[in-house]
Design a protein around this ligand. Structure first.
Ligand code: SAM
Length: 230
């Protein structure tokens, strides 16, 4: 289907992952220019918008309402309004809302434009010290032990660097599962990137387990690791 010139544009706007200074100049321009900002959490978005004095109307667009709200957004886009999609942090759609809306907008012939910027996975990969030529993004490992183990089994022999998101309360279980399934593999743990307590620890899974046993995990984490012991 061809794109309609009368239709608006859906902008996928990356926002800071901690440091509010990381919003790009182009993101500011687009957020000011669009008719509507669809935000994962409106209160969270308004803090960023206030900092940059952006008066654009904001509507909520989080996982649980994405499917229900998509037809209305598509109708507005088709009617000529432009919409910016933002998540609470980083790049929309990357472990965040957008996975339903984006393909639907493309299928409807709407122009979809990326306004690139922060992404925790890419930031963590770049500081990991592990090979970056080829990598796989695994999102969050499953929460339950059985599915988590089965997911890790699929990563055995994976030649590319692996990147996973992690929460503080699941970190220890995930590290233990990685050690059990893959062994004491090389790993970089990035915590609170761009924030006050930013920390990047490089070592092996066993070293990270020992460290976080002494220092209970706090904040947001990205794990970057290999599937084999080197
Ligand atoms: N869309 C976001 C992106 O582009 O990075 C990711 C959203 S996902 C819901 C949130 C996860 O990203 C967190 O649980 C953590 O794993 C990671 N993350 C986000 N901000 C981070 C930060 N400042 N430092 C480390 N990890 C972060």
């Amino acid at each position: 289907m061809g794109e309609s010139s009368a239709a608006g544009t859906l902008y996928l706007v990356a926002t800071p992952i901690g440091n509010l200074g990381d919003l790009t100049a182009r993101a500011v321009e687009v957020l000011r220019a669009v008719d509507l900002i669809a935000a994962e959490d409106t209160r969270h978005a308004k803090i960023l918008l206030a900092r940059y004095e952006i008066p654009t109307p904001v509507e909520s667009f989080y996982d649980a309402v994405e499917r229900a709200k998509t037809p209305e957004l598509l109708r507005r886009l088709a009617g000529g309004e432009s919409v910016a999609l933002v998540s609470d942090a980083g790049t929309p759609g990357v472990a965040d809302p957008g996975g339903h809306l984006i393909p639907q907008a493309i299928a409807a012939g709407i122009s979809v434009v990326a306004i690139p910027g922060p992404c925790a996975a890419i930031a963590a990969l770049t500081v990991s010290g592990l090979p970056m030529e080829r990598f796989v993004f695994e999102g969050y490992l499953p929460m339950k032990p059985g599915p988590r183990r089965r997911r890790l089994e699929t990563l055995k022999g994976e030649p590319r660097t692996i990147v996973c998101y992690e929460t503080p309360h699941r970190l220890m279980k995930s590290l233990a599962a990685i050690q059990e399934v893959l062994g004491d593999v090389p790993m970089s743990v990035a915590r609170e990137l761009t924030k006050q307590f930013e920390e990047v620890r490089r070592g092996t899974v066993a070293e990270h387990l020992a460290h976080f046993e002494q220092h209970p995990p706090r904040g947001e984490f990205v794990l970057v690791f290999h599937s084999t012991i080197t």
